[in-house]
Design a protein around this ligand. Structure first.
Ligand code: CA
Length: 223
């Protein structure tokens, strides 16, 4: 956990420790990156506003240490632009202060659940002309390579595991986010839109990730 506000750091430390997580903390970007190199964490909770550096830059440095480590950004900012920037910079999730500690714990649990990978899903496969590499979190088409976010990888993994079958939005939410209340079903739809832009030939006319009206989505592809 990289967080400079002592009361938030202490509150999170206590809650996460109580839930059984093994937590180490840093209160600056520089010391946080050094700590990540030393302990190689399974996940990082990262405050966006740090005294010595901004969280976006720290996120980049953490990605240089471990390309796949799940990163949850914490911030007082709530603008959509910041959120998108955070996710594009490699954060896997984003929570706006004030947030409930219970929700953060639930999201951390979901992250660790997703880390238990299904053995039935290959790490690399093609969807049409797109070559997907789940381990590297990339989709390439010709020379163009795009990054996949943590949740995009989770959704793809689930759709591939159940290829040819409709998977409901509720199941996707429950398995990938692990929460009943928030985020909403719209969240799934938004991530599907992003995935289609990366794997479909024409995002608005999907041939592979199909909508099952009133239910969810279905992947039709020979994986
Ligand atoms: Ca701060």
């Amino acid at each position: 956990m990289i967080e400079d506000e002592p009361h938030i750091a202490l509150g999170l430390f206590d809650a996460l420790t109580f839930e059984g997580f093994d937590v180490v903390t840093a209160d600056t970007g520089k010391s946080g990156v050094a700590l990540a190199k030393q302990v190689r964490p399974n996940a990082v909770v990262l405050d966006l506003m740090l005294p010595d550096d901004n969280g976006f830059h720290v996120c980049e440095q953490l990605r240089a240490v471990d390309r796949l480590v799940p990163i949850v950004m914490l911030t007082a900012r709530s603008s959509e632009a910041d959120k998108i920037r955070g996710l594009e910079m490699g954060a896997d999730d984003y929570m706006t202060k004030p947030f409930s500690v219970g929700e953060l714990v639930a999201r951390m649990r979901a992250i660790f659940r997703r880390a238990d990978r299904s053995p039935d899903v290959p790490e690399t496969f093609r969807i049409g002309k797109a070559q997907v590499n789940l381990a590297a979190q990339t989709v390439s088409r010709g020379k163009a390579v795009e990054q996949l976010s943590f949740y995009e990888v989770g959704i793809l993994r689930l759709l591939v595991e159940r290829k040819g079958e409709p998977v409901s939005r509720d199941e996707i939410l429950q398995k990938i986010w692990g929460l009943d209340a928030a985020p909403t079903n719209r969240t799934v739809d938004n991530f599907i839109v992003k995935l289609r832009r990366k794997v479909e030939v024409i995002a608005d006319k999907p041939e592979f990730i199909l909508t099952v009206y009133g239910y969810g989505y279905k992947l039709v592809v020979a994986v």
